[in-house]
Every structure is written in structure tokens, then in C-alpha cells.
Design a protein around this ligand. Structure first.
Ligand code: HEC
Length: 106
């Protein structure tokens, strides 16, 4: 019983912090402009429309749907370069900054 309670407490801790990034969004801007806007629509930083051949979710869509894109999922995802962003490996600090940047677009 105690371990179940503990597990619930840990899970709700993870989920309650899911939507609050702790990075510095300003630090992410140059990365976003250099790498991400080629494929993702980022209002104010890139094209209004993503290239039609690339089916990348817009940053605003991700920001407005934190239940679909919780922070741990984004963090996990960005640790590995996603096709077709081969070769770009972000530091944990950069990842935190990027996530806070995305959340700020809500
Ligand atoms: C060459 C195109 C391309 C570039 C550049 C690119 N992405 Fe993506 N991204 C995609 C595509 C396509 C998807 C959807 C398919 C997938 O999930 O792999 C995606 C999905 C994502 C997702 C959703 C992850 C999820 O959980 O489903 C995130 C977050 C993301 N990209 C962040 C970024 C960030 C941050 C950058 C810049 C550092 C970036 N992307 C650069 C093409 C790109």
C-alpha cells in the first residue's frame, strides 16, 4: 500500500512538472532559427507554412497540446537527433532551453 502511494506521488510529481520548462528561452532562439525552422513552423522565427513535403508538427501546436507533448517526452525525443536532423546533438542545457522556448509559444 505504501509503495503504491509513493508511486502515485512520484507520478503526479512528474506530471505536475511536465509543462514547466526551466530553461532560458532566449538561449534557444539561435538554435531554433538555425536548425528547426527549416522544417517546423515557428511563429515569428520562420516561415508561416512548413514545406509540404515535411510533416513536422508546428511549435505552436506542440506548445498548445502539452498533454500530447509533455516535457519528459520532448526531452527524451530531443536527446536523439530525429530524422532528418541527423548529426545534431543537443546538450541537456540546450534541450531545456528549447523546451521552455516551445512552451512560451502557447
Ligand atoms: C529536416 C527537418 C526537421 C528539422 C530540421 C527539425 N525537425 Fe523536428 N520534426 C521533424 C519531423 C518530420 C517530425 C515529425 C516526425 C517525427 O516525430 O520524427 C518532427 C518532430 C519533432 C518533435 C515532436 C516530437 C514528438 O514527441 O513527437 C519535436 C519536439 C521536434 N521535432 C523538435 C525539433 C527541434 C527543437 C528542432 C531544431 C533543433 C527540429 N525539430 C528540427 C522534422 C524536423
Amino acid at each position: 500500500m505504501t509503495s503504491v502511494t509513493l508511486l502515485v506521488a512520484i507520478s503526479s510529481e512528474v506530471f505536475s512538472t511536465a509543462a514547466t520548462g526551466t530553461g532560458n528561452p532566449d538561449e534557444a532562439k539561435s538554435i531554433v532559427v538555425e536548425h528547426c525552422v527549416k522544417c517546423h513552423v515557428v511563429p515569428g522565427y520562420g516561415p508561416e507554412r512548413a514545406p509540404e513535403s515535411i510533416d513536422a508538427p508546428s511549435s505552436k501546436w506542440m506548445a498548445r497540446n502539452p498533454e500530447l507533448y509533455p516535457e519528459p517526452r520532448l526531452r527524451q525525443f530531443l536527446r536523439r537527433p530525429h530524422y532528418p536532423m541527423r548529426g545534431i546533438i543537443h546538450s541537456d542545457t540546450d534541450i531545456g532551453n528549447i523546451i521552455t522556448f516551445i512552451e512560451g509559444l502557447r
